[in-house]
Write a protein that binds this ligand. Structure first.
Ligand code: GLA
Length: 737
């Protein structure tokens, strides 16, 4: 068992060969964090470390001398002398917000328990992880607080969540219930996070910590494009390859808060969970509230080390189902090819061409249902438009399957337009506040998924659609943020539950659909990448990265996304030029060489390409099919960051680094530039590799490639102009592996 309990000192040591996480019950019964980081030797008692800080002016004490303001705590309480962000807030019937949760007992067990109705990482065998529930108790309100920790056996990963269980007679109201808090003993860190907006999601931001708070959040009802539910603390000298980093990722798709607070005594608090905005959850006797999970990764091998762990965990122990371990099909999507302007004939002509170049799946995007010829109508009317599709979705899907392609379809099930049959029949199904203006976004509104009958109705429509047609893939979109959050049927005291219960409704619909149709590949989407979060990956193993399909822009988007999310979870397509988002011209080679590092596909009308371009597309598809396993299941390593300069480099390698594909990209051309040598990483130093790119061939030792670099003729490279790429193929020479 990877969790030791030292009875005498009341301390817990969660450890594996990489990490240690040590908790101690303080003399007054509250929980203290002794240490989190690289594995240290176990000992039976850490009390010689004493308590942090001492009493002085301006510091309150509890229990005869404990200065909570200075303690490194596991799940800090509000209002009792610790003035930092608390982990929870409970309003009691007398109006008090003071709680006192003290250690009661704990249980240590093999494996990992699922979180009811919530996405979470899991194990396949009990031996993969060890769990502990530490139960704290507030005797005045008669409430249990269960802090759950899981440590994975073979990964530097600890997951955390909290559950409140009300046993007492009074109804308490949880006004805040975060998932995890870690207090670090110093502040020598930089905070790394992923921020952006529509079309430029998940750009890497790095800032030095200073006294005070820095936080990212969403109160949009969805994780959002603005900030991803992820932060990391890295040492200032940590690079992609070396140095310590602690990653925190929140497995949830709704409102979140991720906050880093540094005290003047240089303790750094990291705290994450559901944002307390508009959150108030009553708990009467017998009720409980489970928070979502936070995944914590420690690495001393830089940001790449952290990402490798997130990739492995999320691709194999968060994503589920038939498609988790299967190679993803090369698809073509008609959105940028046609927008709303299509009919069956047009779709079939795109599909036919796609088939002829080797594409495997056709995806019919928005515009196939109701009267959806423009984006102000018909969301909610999930039945085909007979003018566009005279044989319905089922007829079209059969024709496409008969061509030898699989068929996929776009839906946006959480939404409704006022101009729809659904709204006319159920105007009160919207999330909106009575007698207040109903803000619009893309002329649409959000259905109230906190209501079971709404979820049931949409399930019925979608189940029918999927059951009646030959559907292999579903692109599940979500194109607006929540406003005026209010449920027409919830009582006043339940309105603070609506935003979270809405997300539970979304998860419920996903779960029912994937249980009923387990072979469908789901791809989540939200105006591009506005809901690229771990919660979604539990249901849909891939996510549309961004509506911005420009190759140069995608370098930043995909590089940033890869900090947490695996390559095969990132939908990445080759689209038309001039690019529809930035009007930029890039070559078909550049576009494909970026999209290869993702769940690869096309998003254009192939009928408009020249013969020469079509031939290139054919070659790209052959190349991708040959190397698909490597791209989608290999180890991804970032080498050069687009956030630091004009070039980007990244690579994928198989398990024993005998096969590698690396890409080097240059955004703007450089006159009379420096000699160009492309250095890679993670190769076997003493192995000879056959290195090929374009018409060049070299035989080089791994160590040469890593230390000297693959030579590129700058003069030749310069002839290519702006927005260029080189793909390097490395194969360990026979007998060398
Ligand atoms: C969103 C998606 C796009 C496309 C459109 C359709 O913007 O991100 O890929 O599906 O909706 O309306």
């Amino acid at each position: 068992m990877a969790i030791i309990y030292h009875e005498e000192s009341k301390s817990f040591h969660l450890y594996n060969r990489f990490i240690s996480y040590i908790i101690e019950v303080m003399p007054n019964g509250m929980l203290k964090n002794v240490y989190y980081g690289k594995r240290i030797h176990d000992r039976s008692d850490y009390s010689y470390q004493g308590n942090d800080g001492f009493l002085m002016h301006g510091v309150c004490s509890v229990d005869g001398g404990l200065a909570l303001q200075h303690q490194k705590q596991e799940y800090p309480a509000p209002g009792i002398g610790d003035y930092r962000e608390s982990a929870f807030l409970i309003r009691q019937e007398n109006g008090s917000h003071i709680s006192r949760f003290l250690y009661s007992y704990h249980t240590i067990y093999e494996g990992k328990k699922p979180l009811e109705n919530l996405p979470a990482t899991y194990v396949e065998k009990k031996s993969e992880a060890t769990g502990i529930d530490i139960i704290l108790y507030d005797s005045l309100t008669d409430t249990d607080l269960v802090l759950t920790y899981t440590i994975y056996e073979d990964l530097p990963v600890i997951t955390r969540s909290a559950r409140f269980e009300q046993k007492g007679e009074q109804t308490i109201v949880l006004e805040k219930a975060l998932s995890a808090c870690v207090d670090f003993p110093d502040k020598e860190y930089e905070m790394v996070h992923l921020s952006g907006a529509w079309g430029r999601e998940r750009h890497i931001k790095i800032r030095k910590l200073e006294e005070g708070t820095q936080s990212i959040d969403s109160i949009r009802g969805v994780s959002g494009a603005e900030h991803n539910p992820f932060i990391a603390l890295k040492r200032p000298h940590t690079t992609e390859f070396t140095g310590e980093v602690y990653g925190f990722s929140f497995v949830y798709s709704g409102n979140f808060l991720a906050k880093v607070e540094v005290t003047p005594h240089e303790i750094t608090r990291v705290i994450l969970g559901i944002h307390p905005y508009n959150f108030a959850w009553p708990l009467k006797k017998g009720d409980s509230f489970q928070t979502p999970e936070v995944v914590m990764v420690y690495s001393e091998e830089g940001l790449n080390g952290m990402s490798r762990v997130f990739h492995e965990l999320y691709a194999t122990r968060l994503a589920r189902g038939t498609w988790r371990d299967k190679e993803r099909p090369i698809l073509i999507n008609n959105w940028e090819a046609t927008y709303f302007n299509f009919n069956e004939e047009k779709i079939l002509s795109i599909a036919q061409k796609a088939k002829s170049v080797g594409i495997e799946l056709f995806v019919l995007d928005d515009g196939w249902y109701g009267e959806r010829n423009i984006d102000d109508r018909s969301l909610g009317d999930w039945y085909p438009n007979p003018e566009k599709l005279p044989h319905g979705v089922s007829g079209l899907s059969e024709k496409i399957e008969a061509m030898g392609l699989k068929f996929g379809i776009w839906i946006e099930p959480e939404m409704v337009n006022k101009n729809s049959d659904l709204y006319r029949a159920h105007p009160d199904w919207l999330i909106s506040t009575p007698e207040r203006y109903e803000s619009m976004c893309r002329t649409q509104h959000i259905l109230d998924y906190s209501r079971k009958e709404v979820v049931d109705y949409i399930f019925g429509l979608l189940d029918k659609l999927i059951s009646e047609s030959k559907i292999s893939y579903v692109k599940w979109d979500m194109n607006r943020y929540m406003s005026e959050a209010y449920s027409r049927t919830a009582k006043a005291n339940m309105q603070g539950t609506v935003m979270h219960r809405h997300i539970l409704g979304v998860y419920n619909l996903y779960e029912r659909l994937i249980q009923k149709h387990p072979d469908i590949l789901f791809e989540s989407c939200a105006s591009g990448g506005a809901r690229f979060d771990p919660g979604m990956l539990y249901y849909a193993p891939q996510t549309w990265c961004s509506d911005d399909t420009d190759a140069a822009e995608r370098l930043k988007i995909q590089y940033g996304t890869s900090l947490v999310y695996p390559v095969r979870s990132m939908g990445a397509h080759v689209s038309a030029v001039p690019n529809h988002q930035v009007n930029r011209m890039t070559s078909i080679d550049m576009r494909a060489s970026v999209a290869f590092f993702g769940a690869f596909g096309y998003e254009l009308d192939l009928n408009t390409l020249s013969e020469e371009e079509l031939n290139r597309v054919k070659e790209q598809i052959e190349f991708y099919k040959k190397n698909r396993r490597l791209f989608q299941f290999g180890t991804f390593t970032r080498i050069l960051s687009p956030f630091e300069g004009n070039t980007t480099c990244w690579m994928v390698s198989n398990e024993d680094a005998t096969q590698v594909i690396a890409a080097y990209y240059q955004v703007l051309n450089v006159a009379n530039g420096p000699w160009l040598k492309v250095k890679l990483a993670g190769l076997k130093p003493d192995t000879l590799y056959q290195v090929s790119y374009e018409d060049k061939q070299y035989v080089m030792y791994g160590s040469e490639i890593m230390q000297i670099g693959i030579p590129v003729d700058r003069k030749e490279f310069t002839k290519k102009g702006d927005f260029t790429s080189i793909l390097f193929i490395l194969q360990a020479k026979k007998g060398e592996a």
